[in-house]
Each structure stands twice: as C-alpha cells, then as structure tokens.
Design a protein around this ligand. Structure first.
Ligand code: ADP
Ligand code: MG
Length: 310
C-alpha cells in the first residue's frame, strides 16, 4: 500500500494506492498535487487570478471561453441547480461573501436585511448561459460564481482520472472528507468506509464499499458561526438569502461521480428533510439524511441508498 497526502482548497487531501508488487515508479504525489492545483487555478473563488474570478469580473454579457474542466463543472452545477429548482446555486458568490464564508473575511453577526436583499439582487444560476460546442459561457454582468459546493468533489474525480491514466486502478482518493474508491485493497476487499454520524449524534454506523463509487457529506457542524444562541452554517438557502435552517445535521450522498455527490449533498442540505427526501427519491439519488429534532436525531435512507447498503 502506498500513501500520499498534501493540501488543497483550504483543506487536506490523501490518496491510498494498492500497488502491484513491483511498486510505483512515477512521481505520483506530484502528479496528484498538480491535478488538484489545476482545479484551484481554474475554479477558486479565493484566488483573484483564477479563471472563475476572471469570469466573474467581466461586467458585460460577452461570451467568455472557458477551460474544459471549468466548463464541465459549470455545466454540472447548472444541471443540479435546475434539478433542485435553485436550492443548489453555483452563482450565489455575493451571498456567500456577505455571510462571511468567502474571501472577504468572516463575520460574527448576521448582515443587515437590506444588504442581504442587495446581494440577492442579480443573483442566480438563471443569469448564466452556456454554449457547449464553443466551450463558452456568459452571465448578465452581475453574477458571481462560487464552486465551493462542488469543486472538492470534482478535485477527487480529477485525481481518480489522473491515477487511471497512469495505469493505477486500485485506490482510495480523499479531498476534505469527500471520497472515491476504485478497484480493491491489497487484501482483495473493496474499500470499505464507515459513514459516521455527526458529532453528538448516536446512530448505527453505516458501512459502504466504495467500489467505483464516491461519497460526499455536508454537515452543519463543519463551518459555521454562532450569534446570540443561533447557529449560522455555510450552506445558504438561495430562496431566502439566509443560511440553511432546516435542521439537517448531515447529508451523505453516494454517486459514481464525486462532483455530483458533492453538489447533491449541498442541494439536499438546503432542501431539508421533506423536500430533500422527495428529490432524492425522484432522481433516485443514494442519500442518507440525518435531521436534528426535539426527540433526538432521525435518519432517513433513500431507496437507492438502501439498495447500496444492503
Ligand atoms: P459541505 O461539506 O458542508 O457540503 P461544501 O464545502 O461542500 O460544504 O460546500 C459549502 C460551500 O458551498 C459554501 O462555503 C459556499 O461557498 C457554497 N454554497 C453555500 N450554499 C450553497 C448553495 N445553496 N448552492 C451552492 N453552493 C453553496
Ligand atoms: Mg458540497
């Protein structure tokens, strides 16, 4: 077994490879890092030199050429926005910044209502148009893309693609807690992972075999601030302009693509238990939703998740 690790997207990454007995000759660690660096260079909301920040800065509706990876993520993000009726919205960068979860810096109390209204103005994925044949996109001059809810998962997929391109077929990739497993461990077992309940919640542990499968988790315990007893987490409901308050402790999604798992996890978090379950059923998404309630935590497995955990 070979292990590699490093840092990316404000978090850490790790990769485990079940290598053939001859070992690995290529400088795999550097290759993984550069696959992730390419995602950051294109899609970071935090790096003013990124293609994404450059796209956001254009204050006109001119078509802009995009690198293929950026285009791929944008197209997927818009598809999830469409499917979730805007609960997932890759164009709410202004709100994310306003609430202190972006590069503009953190905050200790909620912003003023008129500032929220202003940030919601000109907001939204519907202002983005894409042209797949030309690998171009445009916005109406006011949108602010933020891929933080999908880019980590895409980074995992990019690392997996890189490894497969190197002829490496048995591995487990992790970026900031999002995982993708491929092939088998050295002992011939698939990459089993325990899906742990959020801190403070006791539920039976779900074990899943990541066999050509990814898993992403959104949780309100990850990044948040507290003010006068209320908790403001970093998933924002584009319908209200406020951090999500639907009582979801965590949402875990299993999907072949880690990018899709990541985006769906955020979408279901925003939708909350009732609407989230309905969407997971309708789209046949394998999801595990854990909601906080007066009588303790409740866990719901979608039909697709139940088939997978059997
Ligand atoms: P989690 O692990 O909790 O899903 P992520 O890092 O995947 O967290 O996504 C959270 C980030 O996504 C936020 O910091 C913000 O930049 C962005 N975001 C917040 N709300 C939404 C939303 N409704 N749709 C898309 N992206 C969002
Ligand atoms: Mg996410």
């Amino acid at each position: 077994m070979f292990a590699y690790h490093g840092e990316t997207m404000g978090t850490t990454w790790s990769v485990r490879i079940a290598a053939p007995s001859g070992g690995i000759s290529q400088p795999i660690g550097a290759g993984i890092q550069s696959a992730l660096d390419r995602v950051v260079t294109q899609m970071s909301h935090w790096d003013q030199a990124s293609d994404l920040c450059r796209f956001n800065r254009v204050r006109s509706d001119a078509w802009q050429s995009l690198p293929i990876e950026f285009f791929t993520v944008l197209e997927a993000a818009l598809a999830v926005a469409h499917e979730s009726e805007g609960a997932f919205d890759p164009a709410l960068g202004a709100l994310v910044d306003l609430w202190g979860f972006g590069p503009a810096g953190t905050r200790a109390a909620p912003p003023a209502p008129d500032a929220i209204a202003q940030a919601r103005d000109g907001l939204g994925w519907r202002a983005i148009a894409i042209d797949r044949r030309g690998l171009r996109a445009r916005h109406d001059g006011s949108a602010t893309l933020d891929f933080s809810g999908i880019a980590k998962g895409f980074g995992v997929d990019q690392v997996a693609d890189y490894l497969i391109g190197q002829g490496i077929l048995h591995f487990l990739v992790e970026v900031g807690g999002e995982l993708r497993g491929c092939g088998l461990k050295p002992d011939g077992q698939p990459w089993w992972v325990d899906l742990e309940a959020p801190p403070g919640i006791t539920l039976p542990v779900n074990r899943v075999a990541l066999h050509q499968l990814s898993v992403a988790t959104s949780g309100d315990y990850r990044r948040h601030f507290e003010h006068e007893g209320a908790r403001y987490a970093h998933s924002i409901d584009p319908r209200t302009g406020w951090p999500v308050n639907a009582g979801m402790a965590s949402v875990t999604v299993l999907h072949p693509s880690c990018m899709m798992a990541d985006a769906y996890a955020t979408a279901l978090t925003v939708l909350g238990l009732d609407q989230g379950c309905a969407l997971a059923e309708r789209l046949d998404i394998a999801a595990i939703l854990v909601a906080r309630g007066d009588k303790g935590a409740r866990e719901w497995l979608s039909p697709a998740a139940m088939r997978m955990l059997d």
